[in-house]
Write a new protein. Structure first.
Ligand SMILES: [Zn+2]
Length: 673
């Protein structure tokens, strides 16, 4: 097991629990609605002009270039850093600045509007994210449907034996999904091509044509693996068909009917070997010995099987009467409810699915299945085999006979992706402080708002810098030159919204920091890319790399990169990366919100990355750590010591605040005054 808590069924239950939480979180995802309520008058920026770095350009040796910071409407955040501040060395307004510049990132915003639909859509959205993560972590066939890292955060709950509660949550969620009482497929789910494969007996000597030998079955499993298919659970399929929750790229569902002893003897070990989930449809009279026919799986064997995360049990009626449509209402009800009751009673699990004996059903039978408390039913037809998405309803999910496996898995397809969740951003949530402890390392995280950077004219305590701006939170930023006391010279290029002036990095420096994460911020998004001196040491290069860029600097190292924590190799020659130090960091969480923070106990970089992944960050970079480590919120320092003053800060503006503003009426406290 790659993870100590990768037990798939537990992940499944736990993450359905997280799905419930996500329901509560969803209003926060809808950044678009908030964006449309911007109350700030852009013209007020004429009065509150950004000016911190105006009086002292970064370095005499570099040639600063003006940039064009934009607000959320595509207007310039501050065209006027020369309007209210006089002085000979104020940069003049850039003639290239247009108040009607198109906003390159606007597509991201309109995309994010799609996320305000309802909790099921949100669930699907989370699920897509988790599919990405789960694929990266090789857990793709029994995925955490809702945010892998968030799942991990729930591990302590698990260890405390709360699986029963979480199991109830599964039931709760599925029942919520079916609260509308229809059994229609979600229209978006009809596009996916999920083959549901039907097997019967598995035995060494074939007796009828549809018998399969254990060797043949293993060849099928091998084929599925070689073709890159992902066997899914019936829960996953039903959730997909009902809500359009995305499925893995090439999904397949394996089903075994009638409860033969070979299912326990041959199939179950193969499922464990290949880590494939499957459905077993059981009719209770056979297990109870009331119907004798071929071999039968026993109750004890079934108990063994349902303890595994790979097994779903469906009811296949009591007696396997060959055509349920011919039964009276009362007899039909008994077949449906009594089999459910017996399976649930003997196995201690909820039975949510039914499989029609020989595939026969009609509207009356389907209605009775629903009335008996099943969510969905599997059927079969020798003459009309089709993919699950083409089924007429959830109460008649189509299957293929096993002999068509090779033919149909070529066409397996999980359906069109939802809008890209993993790359969306939410810069309109309130800024909140959280103190969390993972693995004995306490972290302070300030989450939300809009990320910007502040490049001071000299060095300041972070809280002092924030106090003259409209930012509410901030962490010390990039590395700066220690060569001159009070210098604001940064190591590497820097561009900050407060002055809009680009300062290239010095020649020697930029070679030394090649490959480190270059942080690029625009009004709609943030990206972290490996710093390439040839490409990124000019404003044009930055703009090509990230249209609309307002802020840029080079950070120390990746701690979390696209949902993965980083190993030792990735830190290269970074000074003291494996030493325990106070560390400063910032990044983007899985809801697309910016996060700035510090560890309040010493921690090495590798461990910090692992912790931040569990804390829900999808990307995070380390900032200037050790003596510079500082964090401020609402005017106060959050660290219990006096950190080294710094010239650069990653700050968070409150929601509905498109631009960083510096109040010129306030004097900036100078170090030493
Ligand atoms: Zn059957």
């Amino acid at each position: 097991m790659p993870y100590p808590y990768s037990d798939p069924i537990i992940l499944r239950f736990i993450t359905l629990g997280v799905a419930t939480l996500s329901i509560m979180l969803l209003p926060g995802i809808d950044g678009a609605a908030a964006t449309s309520k911007r109350g700030d008058d852009p013209h007020s920026s004429f009065k509150l002009v950004m000016s911190i770095a105006e009086s002292l350009p970064q370095s005499k040796s570099t040639d600063p270039v003006k940039n064009t910071p934009l607000d959320n409407d595509g207007k310039v955040c501050a065209t006027s850093w020369n309007h209210s501040v006089s002085g000979d060395n104020n940069p003049t307004a850039d003639p290239r600045v247009s108040p009607h510049l198109p906003l390159p990132g606007s597509a991201t915003r309109s995309e994010s509007r799609d996320f305000s639909l309802n909790w099921l859509t949100g669930l699907a959205t989370f699920s897509q994210m988790s599919s990405t993560l789960a694929n990266q972590t090789k857990l793709s066939h029994l995925t955490c449907p809702v945010g892998y890292s968030l799942c991990l955060a729930f591990q302590p709950l698990l260890q405390n034996g709360l699986t029963t509660i979480v199991d109830d949550v599964t039931t709760l969620l599925l029942s919520q999904a079916f609260a509308d009482s229809t059994s229609n497929l979600n229209p978006r789910a009809t596009a996916a091509r999920v083959p549901v494969i039907m097997y019967h007996d598995i035995l060494p000597q074939k007796e009828v044509f549809f018998d399969v030998t254990p060797d043949e079955l293993e060849r099928h499993f091998q084929l599925i693996q070689d073709q890159g298919l992902t066997p899914i659970t019936l829960d996953q399929l039903i959730a997909h068909l009902k809500t359009a929750i995305p499925l893995p790229e090439k999904p397949v569902l394996l089903t075994f009917d009638d409860g033969y002893s070979g299912h326990y003897q041959y199939v179950f070990p193969l499922l464990k070997k290949y880590q494939f989930p499957a459905v077993f449809s059981i009719f209770t009279d056979k297990v109870d010995g009331k119907i004798i026919g071929r071999s039968t799986v026993t109750w004890n064997q079934l108990k063994d099987m349902v303890a595994s995360p790979f097994v779903t049990i469906a009811s296949h009626s009591v007696s396997h009467f060959s055509n349920l449509t011919q039964l009276s209402d009362q007899r039909l009800r008994v077949e449906l409810t009594e089999s459910k009751r017996l399976l649930e009673g003997n196995l201690g699990i909820p039975i949510r699915y039914f499989t029609y004996p020989e595939g026969h059903y009609d509207q009356r039978v389907a209605n009775a299945v629903r009335a008996a408390g099943y969510y969905a039913a599997l059927t079969m037809s020798d003459t009309d085999e089709k993919f699950a998405g083409q089924s007429e309803s959830l109460l008649a999910i189509a299957r293929f006979g096993q002999s068509r496996l090779e033919e149909v898995i070529k066409d397996a397809w999980g359906g069109p992706p939802l809008p890209k969740w993993f790359s969306s951003f939410d810069f309109n949530s309130p800024v909140q402080k959280n103190t969390i402890t993972f693995e004995q390392i306490p972290l302070i995280l300030l989450t939300g708002g809009r990320p910007v950077t502040i490049h001071g004219d000299t060095r300041y305590q972070v809280a002092d810098l924030l106090n003259i701006t409209n930012a509410v939170a901030g962490v010390d930023g990039g590395f700066f030159s220690l060569e001159f006391l009070d210098s604001n010279v940064m190591i590497g290029p820097v561009l900050s919204q407060n002055h809009g002036t680009f300062f290239p990095g010095g020649n020697k420096d930029v070679e030394r920091i090649a490959g480190r994460p270059l942080v690029l911020i625009n009004p709609d998004a943030v990206t972290f890319v490996p710093f390439k001196p040839q490409r990124h040491n000019t404003l044009e290069g930055l703009r090509e790399s990230f249209p609309g860029v307002t802020d840029a600097f080079v950070a120390a190292a990746w701690l979390v990169k696209q949902g993965q924590s980083q190993d030792r190799k990735s830190f290269g020659n970074l000074f003291d990366f494996d030493a325990a130090r106070h560390r400063a960091f910032w990044g983007i969480n899985q809801l697309g919100q910016p996060v700035v923070g510090v560890s309040t106990e010493p921690v090495d970089s590798i461990t910090l990355g692992e912790i931040l992944l569990k804390a829900g960050l999808r990307d995070a970079v380390m900032l200037d750590s050790g003596a510079s480590t500082s964090l401020a919120f609402q005017g106060e320092s959050m660290v219990g010591y006096t950190p080294r003053p710094v010239p650069h800060v990653v700050a968070l503006l409150p929601p509905q605040t498109p631009c960083l503003r510096v109040d010129p009426k306030l004097t900036m406290p100078r170090k030493g005054e």
